[in-house]
Design a protein around this ligand. Structure first.
Ligand code: G4P
Length: 285
């Protein structure tokens, strides 16, 4: 999905979020498992104040599972429940229902003590564009769910999906803006394809990714492009040299036989996004 943020756009998104958040007890925040911090909204903690929270690390199929575990531990230490899922295949999605019950247990108990028994806990999904909100909702609540329409106590026009006798989910996800004024964040989001490519020069993205792979995942370059990275890290900045070698390996050449670095950059980024470079997480807690 193409998504450009303008000030008016952001104000509208914030207003929608504030309105929807006032209706719910539990916020299920989706982030990208490949960059769990950069894939979040910078204002989420203040927006979600007083709400129960779950963070879902989506696209876990593309992320390094060791890093995913570290991120989950990090979020859980701050008191937020987490799950790692692949919404496209549906794996891990089943752990959400017990997790929601756990996150809402206190609220349900409080309601019960006050004599409120038939009021379900209400939840919503939110996240930045392209993080997989629609895919997740389909996978999680797509089948065999009855939509509950307008009824007393439910704001007109809002549709709720009944998950079980205790929990209802707002059927439209909240769209949050990323922290795109931070260059590193923007770089990671662009590499993952979460923001439009035009924002950052592709060559720049490719060089950033190569430098990152050299420090954390040199085997990805060896295995995918047969590039020997031994001893390379000693060099000052071998990224440009490696990009040239990727061009040659993958036949990205200009008419005169010169390496086409722009084409090679596209190949590399595409290989990363599709998982062909392996499961690579772009940041650690
Ligand atoms: P959004 O509502 O948050 O904007 O995101 P959406 O569900 O549209 O998903 C954005 C892209 O991410 C889609 O790919 C979707 O298939 C993919 N995606 C969502 N969840 C996962 C996941 O857990 N793992 C992987 N590998 N991909 C996921 P697309 O290329 O835009 O569309 P398509 O190829 O599915 O047609």
């Amino acid at each position: 999905m193409d998504y450009q943020w303008y000030p008016g756009h952001m104000t509208k998104a914030r207003r929608m979020m504030q309105e929807n958040i006032s209706l719910i007890d539990l916020l299920i925040e989706l982030t990208d498992a490949r960059a769990p911090q950069s894939g979040r909204n910078p204002d989420i903690d203040s927006l979600a104040q007083g709400k129960s929270r779950i963070i879902v690390l989506n696209k876990a199929d593309l992320a390094d599972s060791t890093a995913t575990d570290q991120w989950r531990e990090c979020f859980e230490r701050s008191g937020i429940l987490t799950a790692a899922v692949d919404s496209r295949k549906g794996s891990g999605v089943r752990q959400l229902k017990p997790l929601i019950d756990k996150a809402c247990a206190e609220k349900l108990e409080r309601n019960r003590r006050r004599g409120i028994v038939n009021r379900p806990v209400r939840a919503m999904i939110a996240g930045i564009p392209n993080v997989g909100k629609s895919t997740f909702i389909n996978s999680f609540a797509g089948k065999a769910v009855a939509k509950t329409g307008d009824k007393p106590g439910v704001t007109k026009g809002k549709q709720w999906i009944r998950l079980n006798k205790n929990v209802e989910l707002l059927d439209t996800p909240g769209i949050l803006w990323p922290k795109f004024d931070d260059r590193e964040v923007g770089m990671k989001l662009a590499i993952m394809g979460s923001i439009r490519d035009e924002i950052t020069d592709e060559g720049e993205l490719a060089l950033w990714l190569i430098r990152y792979l050299l420090t954390g995942y040199p085997e990805a370059l060896r295995e995918r492009y047969q590039i020997d990275t031994e001893g390379l890290t000693e060099q000052e900045d071998p990224a440009l040299d490696i990009l040239g070698r990727i061009a040659v390996r993958r036949g990205c050449l200009k008419a005169g036989g010169e390496a086409d670095l722009s084409k090679a950059s596209k190949v590399l980024i595409d290989d990363y996004r599709s998982g062909r470079l392996g499961r690579i997480t772009l940041e650690r807690p």
